[in-house]
Design a protein around this ligand. Structure first.
Ligand SMILES: [Mg+2]
Length: 176
């Protein structure tokens, strides 16, 4: 069960305290794309998320995108932001995150994974011992399969709280 437990739960990447992350030794960010930085069905990233990536880079963080999305879409965003990316990463497979660590040239203990899905971003990141931050999906309008996954996510998060692995206050009402 611990392997599914996020290190932090936040509403949005915009709520991440970059300085606190830096102070705890994190130097690189492996970012999910769809529903973390851009709505899965949109082709344009909102300025506030572009600005956030720029701010993270200014802060000194190395940043890359590890996405299960299609190559053309992922590369389009990565190129426009000037950051490395891997598409069709097949998260939660370890090799997806190993690729990210190589791209960042950092050790697992210095890298945080940020994403909206428990079974891909958090589980995969935890498998390699990365710091994992679960955020709320940008869009509530998701595919039927994703909606089903969300149900199981909520169940798991509830169990994590029951087991005392996750503080209930860190979770939003929508999860519990
Ligand atoms: Mg996602």
């Amino acid at each position: 069960m611990e392997i599914l437990c996020p290190s932090r739960v936040l509403s949005s990447v915009l709520d991440i305290d970059l300085q606190a992350l830096w102070n705890q030794g994190i130097r690189g960010l492996i970012l999910d794309l769809d529903n973390t930085l851009v709505c899965w069905d949109k082709s344009v990233m909102e300025d506030r998320f572009r600005e956030w990536i720029k701010e993270a880079k200014r802060h000194g963080f190395k940043v890359c995108i590890v996405s299960n999305g299609l190559t053309k879409r992922v590369n389009q965003f990565a190129l426009s932001m000037g950051i490395p990316a891997i598409a069709k990463a097949q998260k939660p497979r370890k090799r997806a995150f190993r690729w990210g660590l190589r791209a960042l040239e950092l050790a697992p203990e210095n890298v945080a994974v940020i994403g909206d899905q428990l079974f891909t971003d958090v589980f995969g990141g935890n498998r390699l011992g990365l710091y994992t931050i679960l955020i709320d999906p940008l869009s509530k309008q998701e595919l039927r399969t994703t909606k089903f996954v969300r149900k199981i996510e909520r169940w798991v998060l509830k169990k994590l709280v029951e087991k005392g692995l996750l503080c209930s206050q860190t979770l939003k009402d929508r999860y519990l």
